[in-house]
Design a protein around this ligand. Structure first.
Ligand code: C5P
Length: 408
């Protein structure tokens, strides 16, 4: 019984796949879990409240303004009393409402009011799933930290073929179990880690920008490793071609000033890791119209300094994370330059790497790094960026554990 003592709130939307939710209720209960349900009005077109109530063994909540429902358990309490909220089937409409933060029925209000993790199993026609509006909503939901299960690809009730089928109940069950059994004892459980990654694009005019070659691979790998270690991760990413890491809240930004603002909004955090290759300068007054090719020759572009995000946060008077980590990509005198940078910016640790052309690491999948903690230097061998990320997260977990013991 892998869900003993766990409480799941299941929101059943109005889709033909709603019949599979009945199987899901049975499967969760078989594993020892308790299921309370919200059935949307459209959901009642596909399954009856009586079947849902019989299988779950509980009252079915249907109405935001129902006196009986509210006296039994108010919608806010309903949204908080569960360990996990699962939406299956998650219709295009329910997903759109949740992405926009609408609260005009019991299901959407509950999704807005909950402080618990939410999983959604989308189910809809393939065209509806592939529609840019739905894909926009999917991106928003992922960014809000909502986990998506499926949809599967295959033949659909409407006779079409493609992605849009709801994941099978047993597949949903496994994700529910994995989500709930992420032990509270993972090395970074309960910690919030903020990470910057990728380059920044500094606009010259609406069509041109100044950029650099950062791939974001290292920052994204650290985000994945921190999430795997149980942390709540906010990844603030400049423009990259990498997919958003799963289970991570990703905030996409373009330029340095937006990156700083996003970092400040993401605080407080237990750890902040500044991996982004932030442009040092931006165009002093970026054109609002495309700069025309004049006969007089190329335009004169005046640059001005960007905020140093790492230094700003490391020296912040309020909300300075207890552990602030910077990166130093150097082409010569790697350790000396990195140490000077750590002291100047006032961060706690600095991860230095050699990016001289001879090292061949820039933009690649591997990295040779040195970890500078105060005067202590640990040099790691050439490793995959994923291994560097995991080793760094391991060191972070050890440091947080030590400092929490020291504070006890
Ligand atoms: O000074 P330099 O760019 O070499 O410093 C690198 C470190 O500072 C990295 O951790 C980088 O993410 C951070 N940084 C920043 N904001 C800037 C410039 C660098 O956060 N404007």
């Amino acid at each position: 019984m892998r869900l003993e003592g766990k409480k799941i709130l299941l929101i059943i939307g109005g889709g033909i796949a709603a019949y599979k939710s009945l199987e899901l209720i049975r499967a969760i209960r078989k594993e020892g879990g308790e299921v309370k349900t919200i059935l949307t009005k459209a959901g009642t077109e596909f399954v009856t409240p009586l079947s849902v109530a019989s299988l779950s063994g509980h009252h079915v909540y249907q109405d935001l303004f129902s006196l009986t429902d509210e006296t039994e358990m108010g919608h806010i309490e309903l949204s908080r009393s569960a360990d996990l909220v699962v939406v299956a089937p998650a219709t295009a409409d329910l997903m759109a409402k949740a992405a926009q933060g609408l609260a005009n029925d019991l299901a959407s209000t509950t999704l807005l009011a909950t402080d618990k993790r939410v999983l959604m199993a989308p189910a809809m026609n393939v065209r509806m799933w592939l529609h840019p509006a739905t894909q926009r909503n999917v991106a928003c939901l992922k960014q809000d930290g909502i986990g998506l299960i499926g949809p599967d690809e295959g033949a659909m009730a409407c006779g079409e073929f493609g992605p849009g089928r709801m994941a099978e109940p047993l597949a949903i069950l496994e994700v529910v179990i994995a989500t709930l059994s992420a032990p509270a004892s993972l090395p970074l459980s309960g910690k919030h880690v903020v990470i910057t990654s990728g380059p920044t694009h500094e606009p010259i005019d609406p069509v041109r920008y100044i950029a650099n070659r950062s791939s974001g691979k290292q920052g994204h790998a650290i985000a994945r490793a921190a999430a795997k270690a149980g942390a709540r991760v906010t990844l603030i990413s400049g423009p990259v071609t990498l997919p958003d890491p799963e289970g991570v809240q990703v905030i996409h930004v373009e330029d340095a000033r937006a990156m700083l603002q996003a970092v400040e909004q993401a605080l407080p955090a237990d750890v902040a890791i500044f991996c982004a290759a932030v442009a040092d300068w931006r165009v002093a007054s970026a054109g609002t119209q495309k700069i025309k090719k004049e006969k007089a020759g190329p335009p004169h572009i005046e640059l001005t300094e960007n905020p140093d995000i790492l230094a700003t946060i490391a020296q912040a008077k309020t909300h300075r994370p207890p552990l602030v980590i910077g990166f130093a990509a150097e082409t010569e005198h790697v350790l000396a330059h990195a140490q000077a940078k750590r002291i100047k910016k006032q961060c706690d640790w600095i991860v230095a790497n050699d990016v001289s052309p001879a090292s061949g690491v820039m933009g690649g999948d591997q990295n040779t790094v040195h970890l500078l903690r105060g005067e202590t230097v640990s040099s790691w061998p050439l490793m995959d960026k994923t291994a560097v990320a995991e080793a760094l997260v391991h060191e972070i977990a050890l440091a947080l554990k030590t400092s929490s013991h020291e504070n006890q």
